[in-house]
Write a protein that binds this ligand. Structure first.
Ligand code: TXA
Ligand code: MG
Length: 321
C-alpha cells in the first residue's frame, strides 16, 4: 500500500519486511541492514544477483561508527560537506554488517539520504537500512511512489510516499585508496563539487566491461528502458535513419519540427542541468510506456551533471553492451 505514515513503515521494517522509501535521489527498497532475512527479501524482489552489493543508509553521523572502520580523514571531510545528501562513501566495514550486504567485500557503501520522511524513519529505527534502487535489476530507477507500485504492485507491502525525488538520479559513489579518492559511480553530486572539497582530482574506476564489476551501477547495460534507445550528438541524422518510425525524442537543445510520428520532450526548457537530471528517469518511464519504435536521446555537454546524464543515457542504449 502507498502511505505517508512513518509508523506503518517502521512496523514493517521491525518485522524484517521490505519497505519502499523516498530519498532525494531515487526510491529505495529498504530493509534492516543487520538482518539476513530482510536483505534476502530485497535481493529476491529485485531479482538482483548476490554479487551486487547494497548501500547502507544511516540517519545520523554517529551511526557511521557502527558500520565502518578506519575512516579516512578525506571521507569525513566529504561526509561533513555533503551529508545528508547524494554522496555514497565506500569504507572498510564493521563485522556487524552481514557479508550478504557487501557481496563478501570488506568494504561497505554508506550514505545519509536527504529526505525528511526517510531521515525521520531512520532516526526512529534501532538499525540502519540497506536500500538498493526500487526497480527490478537493470531497469529504470523509480523517482516517485507510483513508479515503485507499477514495478512491484502488492509484493512490496508498504511504499512510503515522499513525493517526487528532488535529484532524480542515484548518488555519486566515492572510495579511497592509497593514492586518494576514486569515483565508482557518477551520480547526483557533480564531480566538480566533490573536487572542490578534496582539492584533488578523483580517479575514475572504469570497469564497465566486467561481468562482475566492483560497482555494478557501472555495468554496461543498466537503467534501461524496454524501447531501443540511441544516444547521439546529431539528432537529425538518426531521424533520417528512422524515417517513418514512431520516435521518442529526449532533447537537450536540438530544434526539431514537430510531426505526428514524434513524441518530443526536452529535459529542461532552459537547459538547466539540475532540472534535466530530476526529469531524466520520469521522462524515460513516460517514453517507455508509449509503444514507440525507438527513443533518440541527445547527448549533453560533458560537464557537471551533464556527465551523469550522459552516463545513464549511454547505459540505456544497446550499443553499451
Ligand atoms: O541514490 C542511491 O544511491 C540509491 C538510493 C536508494 O539511496 N541507491 C542505489 O542503490 O542506487 P543500488 O543498489 O541501485 O546501487 C548501489 C551501487 C551498486 O552499483 C553497487 O554495486 C554499489 O553501489 N555498491 C554497494 N556496495 C558496494 C561495495 N561494498 N563495494 C562496491 N560497490 C558497492
Ligand atoms: Mg540501482
Amino acid at each position: 500500500m502507498i502511505t505517508t505514515n512513518i509508523a506503518q513503515a517502521k512496523e514493517a521494517l521491525m518485522q524484517n519486511d521490505v519497505v519502499a522509501i523516498p530519498t532525494e535521489t531515487v526510491y529505495g527498497l529498504a530493509g534492516n541492514a543487520f538482518s539476513e532475512t530482510a536483505v534476502k527479501k530485497i535481493f529476491a524482489l529485485k531479482k538482483r544477483p548476490f554479487y551486487n552489493p547494497l548501500i547502507v543508509h544511516i540517519g545520523s553521523a554517529e551511526q557511521l561508527q557502527e558500520i565502518a572502520l578506519d575512516i579516512p580523514p578525506m571521507a569525513m571531510q566529504l561526509a561533513k560537506a555533503f551529508w545528508p545528501g547524494p554522496l555514497t562513501l565506500l569504507l572498510k566495514k564493521q563485522s556487524s554488517i552481514p557479508d550478504l550486504v557487501t557481496a563478501g567485500s570488506t568494504m561497505v557503501a554508506v550514505r545519509m539520504p536527504n529526505h525528511p520522511l526517510t531521515l525521520q524513519l531512520l532516526q526512529a529505527l534501532p538499525f540502519p537500512l540497506v536500500a538498493p534502487s526500487a526497480n527490478p535489476f537493470t531497469s529504470i530507477s523509480p523517482t516517485n511512489a507510483l513508479h515503485v507500485y507499477q514495478y512491484f504492485k502488492e509484493e512490496v507491502p508498504v511504499i512510503l510516499d515522499g513525493g517526487a525525488c528532488s535529484k532524480g538520479v542515484e548518488s555519486t559513489i566515492v572510495g579511497f585508496d592509497e593514492k586518494g579518492p576514486v569515483l565508482y559511480r557518477l551520480g547526483a553530486l557533480a564531480l566538480e563539487d566533490i573536487e572542490a572539497v578534496t582539492h584533488m582530482p578523483l580517479r575514475i574506476m572504469n570497469n564497465a566491461q566486467h561481468n562482475r564489476p566492483d560497482a555494478p551501477g557501472m555495468l554496461g547495460r543498466h537503467y534501461a528502458p524496454r524501447t531501443v534507445t540511441y544516444l547521439t550528438d546529431n539528432v537529425e541524422e538518426l531521424l533520417q535513419q528512422f524515417q517513418g518510425k514512431k520516435i521518442g525524442l529526449l532533447l537537450w537543445k536540438a530544434k526539431i519540427n514537430p510531426n505526428n510520428h514524434y513524441s518530443i520532450y526536452y529535459l529542461s526548457a532552459n537547459q538547466n542541468m539540475e532540472e534535466a537530471t530530476s526529469n531524466l528517469y520520469a521522462l524515460l518511464h513516460d517514453l517507455d510506456k508509449q509503444e514507440l519504435d525507438v527513443i533518440i536521446a541527445e547527448r549533453l555537454p560533458n560537464e557537471g551533471l551533464g556527465r551523469t546524464i550522459n552516463d545513464r543515457l549511454q547505459r540505456a542504449t544497446r550499443q553499451a553492451e
